[in-house]
Design a protein around this ligand. Structure first.
Ligand SMILES: C[S@@+](CC[C@H](N)C(=O)[O-])C[C@H]1O[C@@H](n2cnc3c(N)ncnc32)[C@H](O)[C@@H]1O
Length: 229
């Protein structure tokens, strides 16, 4: 006779292990296992990323490139760095914008995500792709008019050094645009309040910080770097 209680313990152990693996690898995208795992997972998903996200041209224009162009007006030819660009969402939105006359550097640490971006950006002499960790950007101080980093900071092991690096490469008076994840139900310790962000940017030469609701999961954070006196 099979003892049902004898089966219960192994079933609980297997179920618990499966739930733990799902949380570590899927729900929190590897962030509690370190940068290597995060990047390995993005390499793994690169071919399916666009299908999963289902970005639509008109939305990218309305909610990304148009507000950004309004923020930097009358400048139309900025040098932009998009950190953790993934498959090139931000550079594509900018290059398709009728008034954008600038250039974009798209960077990411996942080579396979970046390869997708490069395929889509091929043919544009105004876009370049660079493999680099967000924690150490291979660019001089104050090099960019605009720096962006979308839907990525919550997957970095530590956010503070990345924010400092984004602000370092931004020129005085330049504009930083990041997203702040507000739905962190399955990502304990990854919630940053608006007050936390404002305090953090105050230490990083920020002149103004403006935070607005963007999507169910994210706020948009606009940061203007103090201009040189
Ligand atoms: C959710 S995707 C967002 C991609 C894109 N910004 C978008 O909005 O579609 C997160 C991206 O962050 C990248 N990433 C994660 N950690 C990184 C790190 N430490 N340095 C550079 N890129 C990183 C991943 O490879 C991935 O392409």
């Amino acid at each position: 006779m099979i003892d049902p209680l004898g089966l219960l313990l192994p079933a609980l152990v297997i179920g618990g292990a499966a739930a733990l693996l799902w949380w570590l690898l899927i729900a929190s995208e590897g962030v509690y296992l370190g940068r290597r795992v995060v990047i390995w997972l993005y390499d793994l998903y690169a071919a399916r990323y666009d299908g999963i996200k289902g970005y639509r041209l008109e939305h990218e224009h309305q909610y990304l490139s148009q507000p950004l162009m309004e923020q930097i007006a009358p400048l139309t030819d900025p040098l932009v760095l998009d950190v953790a660009t993934g498959t090139g969402r931000m550079p594509l939105a900018l290059l398709r914008h009728g008034r954008f006359e600038g250039r974009v550097i798209a960077s990411d640490l996942s080579e396979l995500m970046l390869r997708r971006a490069a395929d889509k950006l091929a043919g544009s002499p105004r876009a370049v792709c660079v493999v680099t960790p967000a924690e150490r950007l291979p660019f001089p101080d104050s090099a960019f008019d605009v720096v962006t980093c979308l839907e990525a900071l919550e997957f970095m092991t530590r956010r503070e050094p990345v924010l400092a690096e984004l602000m370092r490469v931004l020129r005085p008076g330049g504009l930083l645009l990041i997203t702040n994840r507000i739905n962190t139900r399955l990502m304990p310790g990854k919630l940053y309040s608006s007050d936390d962000l404002v305090a953090q940017f105050a230490e990083l030469d920020a002149d103004t910080v403006y935070i607005e609701r963007w999507q169910v999961d994210y706020d948009l954070v606009w940061v203007k770097k103090t201009a040189e006196l």
